[in-house]
Design a protein around this ligand. Structure first.
Ligand code: DQA
Length: 147
């Protein structure tokens, strides 16, 4: 099963960007880890990142049209984008919202999400491991013991 792991703005700078908040794992290392983790769980994981909001919306439409499960860290757009929330509302597969940091322990503007109302579940504050937990949940939910 194909899973899209979609990442919004500034996440390409993981490892360099505020490491005390987001850790030292680079985006490329994270992507490689998630592809390998997915393979172990029979998931075909496609990890993408964009700094262009329209591109993320196009990817969400692609997931909606194909029924792909989505792991989404929309980064700052989480807190600002009605358009990304509207795109998430169209998804038909599982949607797991992930944030590396615990947004609820941070500034008040990070406490609201336009995505959560459309998400199957939300993982915050577990560092980059949150993405692996999201993939495990998707594997557990979508695969039977016989697979
Ligand atoms: C983030 C939290 C957001 O508030 C922030 O804008 C990000 C990353 C996280 O993964 O912790 O860019 O989504």
């Amino acid at each position: 099963m194909k899973v899209l792991v979609l990442n919004g703005p500034n996440l390409n700078r993981l490892g360099k960007r505020e490491p005390e908040i987001y850790g030292r794992t680079t985006f490329d290392d994270l992507a490689a880890t998630l592809v390998a983790h997915g393979r172990k769980r029979s998931l075909d994981v496609d990890v993408r990142q964009t700094n262009n909001e329209g591109e993320l919306i196009d990817w969400l439409h692609e997931a909606a049209d194909h029924g792909h499960p989505v792991v989404l860290n929309a980064a700052a757009w989480t807190h600002t984008s009605v358009a990304i929330g509207d795109a998430c509302a169209q998804l038909t597969g599982l949607l797991i919202e992930v944030h590396i940091s615990n947004v609820h322990r941070r500034e008040p503007f990070r406490h609201h999400s336009y995505i959560s109302a459309h998400a199957t579940g939300v993982i915050v504050g577990l560092g980059v491991r949150g993405y692996e937990h999201a993939l495990d949940f998707i594997a557990d939910e979508t695969q039977t013991d016989a697979e």
